[in-house]
Design a protein around this ligand. Structure first.
Ligand code: F6R
Length: 612
C-alpha cells in the first residue's frame, strides 16, 4: 500500500515525481504529496487530498516546486484519516528530516511516548511522523550522520517500512531504507531514482537494483551507495530492465481493466509457453525435481483475495490428477494458525505483486516449519519471488488496474502446469492423458478470446445488476470457486453486495435473501454436477430470483426456467474456471461503468497490500 518515489539528478524533480506517482496511484489514492529541495537549501512541500490529479493541478504539474532532488508519495490511509495533515511527506519537529513511508511502524505508540518525553510534538496521527521525529532525534545524537541515524531507527522500529528521506543541509542526496516493504532503485543518464515499483521509474532508468531487506542506500546525481544494517558498504549489481513501457499505458482502451481483460489470451499463452520443453510441460526451469514432487505428503495453497480464489479453483485439479491432499488457506489466517507442516509438505504461495504482507509472512512461516515453498508470482524480483524455494512466474506483464484479471488467469494456468507436472511425477498420468490435457491447455488462449467476444450478450444481465442490492453466484466445485472470484470482482468494482454460494449450501440459510427480482447467476461447467445444479437453480427460481445461467455443454435443458443464458466454449472441466471467469469479469466491468464508478481505482482499495 502507498507508493513512494524519489529523484535526484539534472532534471527538474517535480514533474518527474508526479509522473512516477501517476504510475503508482494503484497503490493508494487517498492523498498525495511531494517535497523538493530548493536552490536555497530549503524544502518546498505540497500535498493534496484525493486523487493525484488534485496535486498535479495544485503544483501546476510540479512547476511550482523547482529543484532537482525530491521525494513523493501516494497514500492508502492506515494511521489517520485521508487529510492534508496526514498526507506525506512528513517533516520532523525541527525540520531536520522530511520523509515518505510505505508500510506500518507497529510500535509507533511506544516511540511517540518516548519522543513526547524528549519534548517532541506531533501535528498528525501518523506513524510516519513518528518515524520522521525519531530519525531526527537519532540524527542529532549521531552528530548529523544520516546513516547512523537510520541505523538507530532500524534498531528500534518494528513493523514494515520503505522510507525515502531528505536530510536538511544535504540538498543533493536522498537516503533510503527498507524492511518488508518493496523498493527499487534505478540509475539513468540524468540521475538516480527510487520507487515502490519498477513501473514508476521505467522511463528514467537504464538499470535497476532491488534494495535488500534492512539495507540502506544513498542516492546522488552521480550514483548510489549501499550499506548493510551495520553500516558497512556493500556492492550491488545493477541489472537491465526488461519490461515494455507500453504495458503501463491504456492504449485504445478507456480503462486499464478492460485492456488487461483483453490481454488474457496472451498472458495465459505466455505463461504456458514458458513451461513447455519439446511440447511437454517441464518444471526444469524452476529447479524442482520429480523426486521432490514424488515425496510430497500434502500440498497447501496459501494466498489472499483473488489469488486465494485462483488457489480454490486449482485445488480440485491437483487432488483429482495428482492424488495428493490439498488445503487452501487464506494467508492472513494461515500465518497465525500454527500449521502442522514438515519437509514432506509443499506450500504454494500465489501472489500477483509478490509483496502482499500476509502472503509473505505465510511464506516465512512455512519455511520456518520446514516445508518446501513454491511461489506463483507475477512481479519478477519481488519479495515473495526472492524468498521462496522455487518460483513459477506468471507472464501476465504489469497489471495496473487495482482489480486483478489477467494475473488471476495466468495464476490458473501456472497452477494447471504444476498440477500436470505433479501428476506425471507421481505416476498418475499416462502419456496419452498428458497429451490430451496439455492440448486442452494449449487451446485455452483461443477459447478465452471466444469468451471475450461474449461481452455484448452481457448487457441485459449488467442492466439488471446495476441497481440490485444483492447479486448471487451459484456453483458447485470449481464453479463455486469461479463464483467466489466473480462475486469479489462485482463487489469491489460496483460496490454492490455480491456473494458466491456453493449451490447446495444456499438452502441452509442464505436462501432467505432470495426474493422477487434478485439476480442469481448459476455457473454450470461440471457435467457430473449439472443435475444437482439444476435443482438448486429451480429452488431460486421458485422464490422469485432473476435467474441467469453461464453454462458449458450442449444440454439445453439446463436453460429451462432461466431469464437469460450465456453459452461458454467447452474445455476440460478441470480447467473451466479459466473460461467461466471471463464473462463474469466483463460483467463486473460493465456494471461499474454503468454506475459511473472509477473502474481502475475502486474506493478504499490498493493494488499491493503490504500491511497486515
Ligand atoms: C482483487 C484483487 C485482490 C488481490 C489480493 C492479493 O481483484 O486484486 O484481491 O488478488 O490483494 O494480491 P497479490 O496477488 O498481489 O498477492
Amino acid at each position: 500500500m502507498c507508493g513512494i518515489v524519489g529523484y535526484v539528478g539534472r532534471k527538474q524533480a517535480g514533474p518527474l515525481l508526479l509522473d512516477g506517482l501517476s504510475r503508482l496511484e494503484y497503490r493508494g489514492y487517498d492523498s498525495a504529496g511531494i517535497a523538493v529541495f530548493r536552490e536555497d537549501g530549503g524544502i518546498s512541500i505540497s500535498k493534496a487530498v484525493g486523487k493525484l490529479s488534485n496535486l498535479i493541478k495544485k503544483t501546476e504539474g510540479g512547476a511550482l516546486l523547482p529543484g532537482r532532488c525530491g521525494i513523493g508519495h501516494t497514500r492508502w490511509a492506515t494511521h489517520g484519516a485521508p487529510s492534508e495533515q496526514n498526507a506525506h511527506p512528513h517533516v520532523s519537529m525541527h525540520g531536520g528530516v522530511t520523509l515518505v513511508h510505505n508500510g506500518i511502524i507497529e510500535n509507533d505508540r511506544e516511540l511517540r511516548e518516548e519522543l513526547l518525553g524528549e519534548g517532541f510534538r506531533f501535528y498528525s496521527e501518523t506513524d510516519t511522523e513518528v518515524a520522521a521525529n525519531y530519525i531526527e532525534h537519532c540524527f542529532d545524537r549521531a552528530e548529523g550522520e544520516p546513516k547512523q541515524a537510520i541505523r538507530r531507527f532500524m534498531e528500534r522500529a518494528r513493523g514494515s517500512y520503505a522510507l525515502a528521506i531528505l536530510f536538511q543541509g544535504r540538498a543533493d542526496e536522498i537516503w533510503a531504507v527498507r524492511k518488508d516493504s518493496p523498493m527499487i532503485i534505478g540509475r539513468g543518464e540524468d540521475g538516480c531514482c527510487l520507487a515502490s515499483d519498477v513501473q514508476a521509474i521505467l522511463k528514467y532508468s537504464d538499470s535497476v537494483c532491488y534494495i535488500g531487506n534492512r539495507e540502506i542506500a544513498r542516492l546522488t546525481e552521480r550514483g548510489i551507495s549501499f550499506f548493510d544494517e551495520k553500516g558497512r558498504t556493500i556492492e550491488k549489481e545493477m541489472g537491465r530492465i526488461e519490461m515494455d513501457g507500453r504495458a503501463a499505458e491504456k492504449g485504445i482502451y478507456p480503462y486499464f481493466m478492460l485492456k488487461e481483460i483483453h490481454e488474457q489470451p496472451a498472458a495465459v499463452e505466455e505463461t504456458l509457453r514458458s513451461m513447455l520443453r519439446d511440447g511437454r510441460i517441464s518444471l526444469s526451469g524452476i529447479g524442482i525435481s520429480d523426486s521432490a514432487l514424488q515425496k510430497l505428503r500434502s500440498v497447501w495453497i496459501v494466498a489472499c483475495g483473488s489469488a486465494f480464489y485462483a488457489g480454490s479453483a486449482l485445488q480440485y485439479g491437483i487432488e483429482a490428477l495428482a492424488g495428493i491432499p490439498v488445503r487452501t488457506e487464506l494467508a492472513s489466517e494461515f500465518r497465525y494458525r500454527k500449521p502442522l507442516l514438515s519437509s514432506e509438505d509443499l506450500v504454494i504461495l500465489i501472489s500477483q505483486s509478490g509483496e502482499t504482507a500476509d502472503t509473505l509472512a505465510a511464506l516465512r512461516e512455512a519455511k520456518l516449519r520446514g516445508a518446501s515453498t513454491l511461489a506463483i508470482v507475477n512481479v519478477p524480483g519481488s519479495s515473495i519471488a526472492r524468498e521462496a524455494d522455487y518460483v513459477l512466474y506468471t507472464l501476465a506483464g504489469p497489471e495496473v488496474s487495482v482489480a486483478t484479471t489477467k494475473a488471476y488467469s495466468a495464476q490458473l494456468m501456472a497452477g494447471y502446469i504444476l498440477c500436470l507436472a505433479l501428476a506425471r511425477a507421481r505416476g498418475r498420468l499416462t502419456r496419452a492423458e498428458e497429451e490430451r490435457l496439455t492440448g486442452a491447455l494449449r487451446e485455452l488462449p483461443e477459447k478465452i478470446s471466444l469468451c471475450l467476444s461474449l461481452s455484448d450478450s452481457l448487457s441485459g444481465i449488467a442492466e439488471r445488476c446495476r441497481d440490485a442490492r444483492d447479486v448471487f453466484f451459484l456453483g458447485r466445485g470449481i464453479d463455486y470457486a469461479a463464483g467466489l472470484e466473480a462475486a469479489l470482482k462485482l463487489k469491489e468494482l460496483s460496490y454492490i453486495h455480491a456473494e458466491a454460494y456453493a449451490a447446495g449450501e444456499l438452502k441452509h440459510g442464505a436462501i432467505s435473501l432470495i426474493e422477487e427480482g434478485v439476480p442469481v447467476i448459476g455457473i454450470l461447467s461440471q457435467p457430473e454436477l449439472f443435475e444437482k445444479m439444476r435443482s438448486n437453480m429451480a429452488e431460486v427460481k421458485s422464490r422469485g430470483g432473476c435467474l441467469y445461467a453461464l453454462f458449458m455443454g450442449k444440454d439445453k435443458e439446463l436453460l429451462s426456467g432461466t431469464d437469460g443464458s450465456i453459452l461458454l466454449p467447452e474445455t476440460e472441466p478441470l480447467f473451466s474456471a479459466s473460461l467461466s471467469v471471463i464473462p463474469l469479469q466483463l460483467l463486473a466491468y460493465r456494471v461499474s461503468v454503468l454506475r459511473g464508478l472509477d473502474v481502475d481505482r475502486p474506493r478504499n482499495l490498493a493494488k499491493s497490500v503490504t500491511v497486515e
